[in-house]
Ligand binder design. Structure first.
Ligand SMILES: Nc1nc2c(ncn2[C@@H]2O[C@H](COP(=O)(O)OP(=O)(O)OP(=O)(O)O)[C@@H](O)[C@H]2O)c(=O)[nH]1
Ligand SMILES: [Mg+2]
Length: 379
């Protein structure tokens, strides 16, 4: 039997601490309000102290934070003996009996408890799915959350908070272009048609040249539409950044070499229909010609889950890339950001939130995105 004292700001927080350390089999022996320590403690909201106990051979969930994932593992607390423990065991037995009597009296049985838990599970599953989180991913998340916090009605705040934490952990810290320009950087933007590749390139070009004072060069291989080259030329002129156009993939290295004085080269590509193999082949060939490219797959947050899944599949040929999500301002829900992160296993980098160059570009902050995904719950 392990007995430990826990303190939290409210009963839910204290219970969460107990559950995550001792597991759902922990029994509360005692609970009381205590004043915060210090001179001004008497003016503050009281803290909640709980004394909890767990039998030695019961399962205890732990967080495997190193991998950034929440997993439950089984471990046995050290063995303890002694008459005090026997006494406590008796007391717990009494409390359990008392509790069962009360539950019987109010007509609450284990089946009811199971039904309540299932109803809550379904409620949060539905809400995640309404926010466009893939149903299987919602299952995966809630299975983890259920190991951390019990699904009871008086615990909903803690459930929501734990879902948010799980989403945040799955989104992981973003990887951006960063500040290391000792070696020349070659950055390539790929993705479906019309998602905002060229606009995002222009935003990053402006940030790199104006804010970071880097020497930027722009190359475009999008010669399919006259307007595409013109669009990039206008941005280059405004930003005083040189631009080169390549018509064939094998010309790319010549263009890169011509930019030998640049710290960073940004390469725009034509929007490719992910269902068109031939068009994707062209991107593959272009990438193959570049030495050490850093690739950003640009997708729009307004694209549906099924299309995002297909887009991800068709870009599987790229071993290493980061993800940019555009048009967050237009998307009603952004569950797809989480779906794409989990399905690709690649890092998020930036999100864009409007047409304005360069302002509508942000680093993909997991906190903010998790709030957008989970915070959009409508009761
Ligand atoms: N609302 C909104 N519009 C955006 C955003 N980013 C880009 N756009 C708009 O989306 C449209 C397409 O942008 P482009 O940058 O030309 O897209 P692209 O991916 O380069 O398109 P293709 O080269 O034709 O494949 C333009 O009207 C942009 O202003 C964004 O974050 N929010
Ligand atoms: Mg473009």
């Amino acid at each position: 039997m392990k007995v430990k004292r826990y303190i939290g700001n409210d009963p839910q927080e204290t219970m969460l601490k107990i559950k995550s350390e001792l597991g759902s089999n922990a029994v509360i022996l005692h609970s009381r309000k205590i004043k915060k320590p210090g001179f001004f403690g008497f003016m503050k909201k009281p803290l909640i102290e709980m004394v909890a106990a767990i039998e030695e051979n019961k399962e205890k969930p732990e967080r495997d934070i190193q991998k950034g994932k929440l997993t439950a593992i089984v471990s046995n607390p050290p063995h303890q003996e002694g008459s005090k423990i026997d006494l406590l065991q008796n007391q717990i037995g009494n409390i359990e009996n008392l509790l069962n009597n009360v539950l019987d009296k109010i007509g609450y049985n284990q089946d009811d408890k199971g039904n309540h838990q299932e109803a809550l599970y379904k409620k949060y599953h539905d809400l995640l799915v309404v926010n466009d989180v893939d149903p299987q991913i919602a299952d995966k998340l809630l299975t983890i959350v259920r190991k951390q916090v019990s699904f009871t009605e008086d615990n909903e705040e803690a459930i929501l908070r734990t879902i948010r934490i799980a989403v945040r952990e799955y989104l992981e810290s973003p990887e951006t272009i960063g500040d290391n320009f000792e070696k020349k950087r070659i950055i390539v933007f790929v993705g479906p048609t019309g998602v905002g590749k060229t606009t995002t390139l222009a935003k990053l070009a402006a940030k790199l040249s104006i804010t970071k004072g880097k020497r930027v060069g722009v190359i475009t291989s999008d010669t399919y539409r006259i307007a595409a080259v013109e669009q990039l030329k206008i941005y280059s002129e405004i930003l005083s950044i040189p631009i080169r156009i390549v018509y064939e993939p094998n010309e790319i290295n010549e263009a890169i070499e011509a930019f030998s004085d640049r710290d960073v080269i940004l390469i725009d590509t034509a929007g490719r229909n992910h269902k068109n193999e031939e068009q994707l082949e062209e991107i593959k060939t272009l990438i193959k010609h570049i030495i050490d490219p850093e690739i950003y797959l640009v997708m729009s947050a307004t694209t549906g889950n099924r299309d995002i899944t297909n887009i991800i599949k068709s870009y599987q040929f790229i071993e290493n890339y980061r993800i940019i999500f555009t048009k967050l301002d237009e998307a009603v829900t952004i569950g797809n950001v989480l779906n794409a992160k989990i399905k690709t296993g690649k890092k998020l980098s930036y999100v864009t939130t409007g047409q304005s160059v360069p302002d509508d570009l942000e680093i993909a902050q997991p906190d903010k995105l998790a709030n957008m995904i989970v915070g959009e719950f409508h009761e």
